[in-house]
Design a protein around this ligand. Structure first.
Ligand SMILES: [Fe+2]
Length: 329
């Protein structure tokens, strides 16, 4: 397969997982992301791995929602995304879309070949197809995350990584333990610390693990591939946060350090794994929090969906809880 990375320097490879990187790729030159290809993905992808979401119109208010496809065929769904206010996530592309999987593994292998410090284990990939003005709220991703932008234009804000002012220890513990989704408390005054990028098709944007970020689409039907991976250090980083969670919740002993190297980090990883194992043994495994279904797709509506009445209370309660932790250490 011809190289899918374009004009990468040794500094680009060296920056992977260590800093914020913008670099070029050739995914947009393949025929894997045309309207027809997207419709075929929608029609072949397992329903349980096709996330249907919307974000609300006002950026002042957190209003992320999950919805039901309501039987809409693939080609019509592409058109509804182009004209409406929708954000679709085809999860587990490596498992269910073999042609895309070949290309994605090839990308990872090029990265591993170019950067000696870089290994991509536990690989996953999500294809994000979203409306011209939809947006994704401030959040973190637990694995190492890379955004390969392919169609449309988006603006991304990336906030300082490993900095507790933007995602406190208490917040990351809740996310990594699965108690919360990856949406974390946000204060607009933090924007002055963010790096802001207008991301064009053919650009990759990536950042260190758990760096908070948010994205707004600015033009056109947007298509991006979001790849995720882990490696021993990335797994340890998550286990440090779940180890801290275990110490705080089980023993009332909050630990402020989020260091990923050294004896304490390895001890927290051990504690976290033992806690998970014991949880499994007693059938108390924590499930990752998921959004309830609060809308259905509807081609007759201008934004492509209508809300389901009477399921609002649970969602609002979770958002209020999250707001209480803004600023918590
Ligand atoms: Fe993300």
């Amino acid at each position: 397969m011809p190289s899918l990375l374009a004009n990468w320097t040794s500094e680009d490879f060296e920056t992977l997982e260590k800093g914020v990187l913008v670099a070029n790729h050739r995914l947009a030159e393949t025929d894997l992301f045309t309207d027809d290809a997207l419709a075929a993905i929608f029609d072949s992808h397992p329903a349980e791995h096709l996330g249907i979401n919307t974000a609300g119109k006002s950026k002042e208010k957190f209003d992320w929602r999950a919805g039901n496809r309501n039987g809409v065929p693939g080609d019509e769904l592409v058109q509804m995304i182009r004209e409406g206010h929708l954000w679709i996530n085809c999860r587990r592309m490596l498992d269910y879309q073999p042609e895309h999987a070949e290309v994605i593994h090839s990308l990872f292998e090029e990265l591993e070949a170019g950067a000696t410090h870089f290994t991509a284990e536990d690989r996953t990939a999500n294809l994000l197809i979203s409306s011209p003005a939809v947006w994704v709220p401030y959040h973190v991703d637990m694995p190492v995350n890379m955004l390969w932008h392919i169609r449309g234009q988006k603006r991304a804000w990336v906030y300082p990584h490993f900095d507790k002012r933007f995602a406190s220890s208490a917040v990351l513990e809740k996310v990594c333990s699965g108690e919360w989704s990856e949406d974390v408390p946000y204060d607009p005054s933090w924007d002055k610390y963010a790096l802001v990028y207008d991301v064009e098709p053919g650009q990759l944007l990536t950042w260190p693990q758990l760096a908070p970020h948010r994205v707004e689409n600015t033009a056109g039907l947007c298509v991006s591939l979001s790849t995720e991976h882990k490696n021993p250090r990335a797994r340890r980083r998550l286990n440090v946060h779940t180890g801290n969670y275990t110490m705080r919740e089980r023993f009332g002993w909050p630990c402020q350090s989020i260091a990923v190297d050294g004896f304490a980090a390895h001890a927290k990883q051990f504690l976290s794994r033992v806690d998970r194992y014991v949880g499994k043994l007693f059938g108390k495994e924590k499930e990752q929090w998921t959004y309830p279904i609060t809308f259905v797709l509807d081609p007759s509506e201008p934004d492509g969906f209508r809300l389901i009445e009477g399921v609002e209370e649970a969602v609002l309660a979770v958002h209020e809880q999250a707001e209480e932790l803004v600023g918590a250490v």
